[in-house]
Design a protein around this ligand. Structure first.
Ligand code: CS2
Length: 455
């Protein structure tokens, strides 16, 4: 039997749940990219915010491509469970904040209408790095943008503008450097190409706060769903499994109303940058290094790779000596303790976080995770041996000869490997004319060192 509004009274008492009236809540948030991460993060904060008395923050989730999540959640009236795992313990909570899941290909008008409705105040995004449709130089790639969230959002904003409704807060929850500013620039470019009046209204009435989002959410497996069904007595096709830890730091720059997420642990600050940079370069930077080096050494999960004595010192070096020293911490931000906590999170075997999940889309991840750190140190005349090891492993991976490469640039990278070969690939990507030279231009000794590592 499936979890839904009509079966939820059958849930066992150990499953915690909300007490607000779901049906009475207006849709205050439209969210693009309703994958497991959103369901374990913003939707979880919002559910608990409504449980603590906040009202009218139901979420309409949007999937841009696949109907998988719609098919999981809509038959369950948007209900799903979140299970926190830590050590041998697990605790499950029923989440009620998601009202519906809409699919861009078949619910276009409804999506636009939800965003254009007076009760909508926030549009949020967890569309992954590639979902922003950036081309070379981080500006919008117009050919990609048409298949992304841009046309839907532009139409909805035009309706709000025409109707004299207030602007919106557009909240990027993706692992990009300065995610708010990037969203603001990219959407600004998209709107300006259509209507300068709309672009002007957007700039004046909407805000795009920066955020640092953090929660490790391994992809749910069929075995996870089966075990959960045994525990719940109900089938939950939309279940998410995550760690106990969660962090959300948000720039305090909202255009209108918002849920009091800070009651549930979110931090509202005036400058997100030091938190975001620490997270991207230390957590995500180490994650990508573990993924590429760990897969090469035959590991499947993060906890196995971090326990490998040949990798652990390298990862610690990457975090503590290379990433942690590449930015100025905020007052009171304890970077050493942060690194300790990250290592403990990685080591938790309860999570079963697959390295291959992290290895995906490397071309979109390495600039903010590794290359900015390399650029910083190179400018000071310092080298980053740990990041270089990781970069070499990524280069070997994108050659495409060992395992499939899941990356929007996979074809281009493979073709470059074929035309440039081992001796030319590093400089084709990181040399003066390279695809990534905008983030980091390797000096000659570094290019040579990288090339040697590809043997
Ligand atoms: C990971 C992140 O898949 C990846 O690239 O590094 O999803 C990571 O688990 C989250 O950013 C943690 O907050």
């Amino acid at each position: 039997m499936r979890l839904s509004s009509s079966t939820l009274h059958r849930l066992p008492p150990h499953v915690a749940g909300f007490s607000y009236d779901r049906t009475a809540q207006a849709t205050g948030i439209v969210h693009f990219g309703i994958g497991a991460f959103h369901r374990a993060h913003e939707a979880w904060y919002t559910d608990r915010a409504m449980d603590s008395g906040e009202r009218d923050w139901a979420i309409a989730g949007v999937s841009l491509r696949s109907s998988t999540v719609a098919d999981q959640l809509n038959p369950q009236d948007g209900l799903y469970t979140l299970t926190e795992r830590s050590g041998g313990e697990s605790a499950t909570r029923l989440i009620g904040s998601v009202r519906e899941v809409l699919v861009a290909g078949r619910n276009r008008e409804t999506i636009v209408a939800r965003i254009a409705a007076p009760e909508c105040a926030i549009v949020s995004f967890a569309v992954t790095e590639k979902g922003y449709c950036r081309g070379l130089g981080d500006s919008l790639d117009p050919s990609l943008a048409e298949g992304g969230f841009y046309p839907l959002l532009a139409e909805a904003l035009a309706r709000r503008h025409a109707a004299g409704l207030p602007g919106l807060t557009l909240l990027s929850c993706d692992n990009l450097a300065e995610n708010g500013r990037q969203l603001e620039t990219l959407l600004g470019e998209y709107l300006a190409a259509r209507s300068s009046a709309l672009a002007g209204w957007f700039a004046a009435e909407c805000t795009c706060p920066a955020t640092m989002v953090d929660r490790i959410v391994p992809a749910t497996t069929p075995a996870d769903l089966d075990t959960l069904e045994q525990r719940l007595g109900l089938r939950d096709e939309g279940a998410v499994f995550t760690e106990r830890f969660s962090q959300w730091v948000i720039e305090h720059r909202f255009a209108g109303p918002r849920p009091a997420w800070e009651k549930l642990g979110a931090e509202l600050v005036s400058n997100v940058a030091p938190y975001e940079t620490a997270k991207l370069r230390m957590l995500n930077g180490a994650h990508s290094a573990l993924a590429h080096l760990g897969l090469e050494r035959g590991h499947e999960f993060v906890h196995q790779a971090i326990a490998d004595p040949a990798l652990r010192p390298l990862i610690e070096r990457l975090m503590r000596q290379e990433a942690a020293t590449s930015f100025t911490a905020a007052p009171g931000q304890d970077i050493g303790a942060y690194a300790d906590a990250l290592l403990a999170r990685f080591a938790d075997p309860a999570l079963n976080h697959r390295l291959i999940q992290i290895a995906m889309d490397g071309s979109q991840k390495i600039p903010q995770r590794w290359l900015e750190t390399l650029a910083f140190h190179q400018a000071e005349g310092r080298r980053c041996p740990a990041i270089l090891e990781a970069l070499a492993a990524w280069l070997r991976h994108v050659r495409g000869e060992v395992r499939p490469v899941d990356d929007p640039m996979a074809g281009e990278l493979r073709a470059l490997w074929q035309s440039e070969g081992r001796s030319g690939i590093a400089s084709a990507l990181f040399g003066p004319q390279g695809r990534f030279a905008r983030y980091w231009q390797a000096d000659r000794p570094t290019l040579e060192e990288l090339t040697t590592k590809l043997a």
